[in-house]
Design a protein around this ligand. Structure first.
Ligand SMILES: Nc1ncnc2c1ncn2[C@@H]1O[C@H](COP(=O)(O)OP(=O)(O)OP(=O)(O)O)[C@@H](O)[C@H]1O
Ligand SMILES: [Mg+2]
Length: 454
């Protein structure tokens, strides 16, 4: 059985067990509240029943002794008829007998005590006192039998039926109970929502940080634990920011400092007499210059100085395609867009434009076409850029994201890139909480797939 239970909890989800922390805590609290209220109600009911019983037993003791007093004062021969005429009260029957009552259940001592104490409250002359008193029957079985032995002869047997206990009789109690339960439930809901809010805020802040390292810090207030978590989170975000800034600063500083010697070398190259050598030297220097420029652009893009704004992704993609068509009018017919009319996303618009421009540019440059498709799914926008080129060697799909890496034939084809476009594009997209992967289409050609939070 235990194994089966474990299997159940491991492999199936209990359908009623909620997913969110708020609902789990609430459910636990409310179930706890129900159990506590149930236990409280039971204790209250038992207590009230007990009290009612004691009150009835007290009344019963007095009534029994009063009936006995009237009976014993009547001569022996008239007792039976006197009893019949006597006003016994509700739920009481009396008979005369020669033996004590034969009811099997005994009466617990506290009840016996209660009845006897109250019997003593009725004054009876010493000579008339009962020779013996037998009390049988449990109050829980709703019947008590009292036998009192007359001093002369026989027993007076009284059967007294107890009314059913009614612990919920008081309407004020029920109203108070319902009000209390509702108030406790409302308070629990309010408290749980309030207490778990910081967890939601922290999750949102982590999400924001993933998209934008410069996201505003969390407010450092609230209870001690929440404040400590917020301070720790802000410190972590600041460290990440500093780390990224230091690296980019170093990169741009190197790029910047390389420019002067390159310019100097270009000037000196003019003095090389061999024309062919000079030309080669200068073209190498141009390539180096392009690499340094691209490095500086990379530094500028990752410096995150541009603010994140909401903009229309469709408009951005169309602009990128138009620019590509202007740059390569002969490929304009192979550029197309399909997707919704508008899609608003938040991000650094210039940086994103640069990354899409590179992806579309690559498709046109290496694949002579760029078919852009925009779709949305589960809060993510997906942009696919397909071309008709040779595609990419499968084992280089990841390497082309390395800085300055270029596939061998594109180097030979003099397409004139630096190999920094893809790493920059990926860097920008990842800073927005998205990503880009490259692959090959089944029918030939490459496919770049960009995902981004919409
Ligand atoms: N759609 C594509 N089809 C085939 N090869 C591609 C495609 N996109 C990229 N590549 C290969 O990946 C390499 C790296 O691309 P990346 O954009 O990083 O640099 P680049 O285009 O050469 O230079 P730039 O820095 O000017 O963008 C390219 O040189 C090319 O060989
Ligand atoms: Mg490129």
């Amino acid at each position: 059985m235990r194994r089966a239970g474990r299997w159940y909890t491991r492999n199936l989800r209990w359908p009623a067990w909620p997913h969110s922390l708020v609902n789990r805590t609430l459910m636990t609290l409310l179930v706890g509240l129900a159990v506590v209220q149930g236990a409280g109600l039971t204790i209250h009911a038992l207590d009230r029943i007990e009290l009612q019983r004691f009150a009835e037993l007290r009344d019963m003791g007095i009534r029994a002794m009063s009936i006995y007093r009237s009976a014993v004062a009547t001569p022996l021969g008239d007792r039976a008829s006197a009893l019949r005429e006597m006003e016994l009260g509700p739920n009481v029957s009396a008979v005369l007998a020669l033996a004590p009552p034969m009811v099997p259940e005994p009466t617990q001592p506290p009840y016996v005590g209660q009845i006897r104490v109250n019997m003593n409250l009725v004054p009876v002359r010493a000579m008339n006192r009962p020779r013996d008193i037998v009390i049988r029957g449990a109050p829980w079985s709703d019947m008590i039998c009292i036998g009192m032995q007359f001093p002369d002869q026989g027993w007076l047997i009284l059967r007294m039926n107890l009314p059913r206990p009614r612990p919920w009789h008081s309407p004020t109690f029920l109203i108070a109970f319902v009000l209390m339960t509702v108030a406790a439930a409302i308070l629990s809901i309010w408290a749980v929502r309030r207490l778990t809010k910081p967890v939601t805020l922290l999750a949102e802040a982590a999400e924001r940080l993933g998209r934008d390292v410069n996201a505003p810090p969390l407010p450092e207030n609230g209870p001690d634990e929440v404040m400590r978590a917020a301070v720790a989170f802000n410190t972590m975000a600041a460290r990440i920011r500093r780390f990224v800034q230091d690296r980019t600063f170093l990169l741009t500083a190197i790029g910047h400092d390389l420019r002067t010697p390159i310019t100097r070398l270009k000037l000196r190259a003019e003095f090389i007499e061999d024309d062919e050598q000079r030309q080669k030297f200068l073209s190498d220097l141009d390539e180096l210059d392009a690499m340094v420029s691209a490095t500086l652009v990379f530094g500028r893009d990752t410096a995150d100085t541009e603010p994140a704004v909401a903009f229309d992704m469709v408009a951005l993609l169309r602009t990128v395609l138009d620019d590509a068509a202007d740059a390569r009018p002969e490929a304009a017919d192979a550029l197309c867009f399909s997707g919704p009319a508008h899609l608003t996303v938040t991000g650094r618009i210039l940086a994103l434009k640069r990354s899409f421009a590179n992806l579309v540019g690559n498709a046109v440059k290496y694949g002579n076409a760029a078919r852009v498709t925009l779709t949305t799914e589960d809060g993510m926008a997906m942009v696919t850029i397909e071309d008709d080129g040779p595609g990419l060697p499968p084992d280089e799909l990841e390497r082309i994201f390395e800085p300055f890496y270029r596939v061998e034939d594109s180097r030979n084809r003099e397409t004139g890139g630096t190999g920094l476009g893809l790493p920059i594009a990926r860097n920008i997209l990842r800073a927005h909480g998205g990503d880009v992967v490259l692959g090959n289409r089944a029918g030939g050609g490459a496919r770049a797939v960009v995902t981004m939070p919409a």
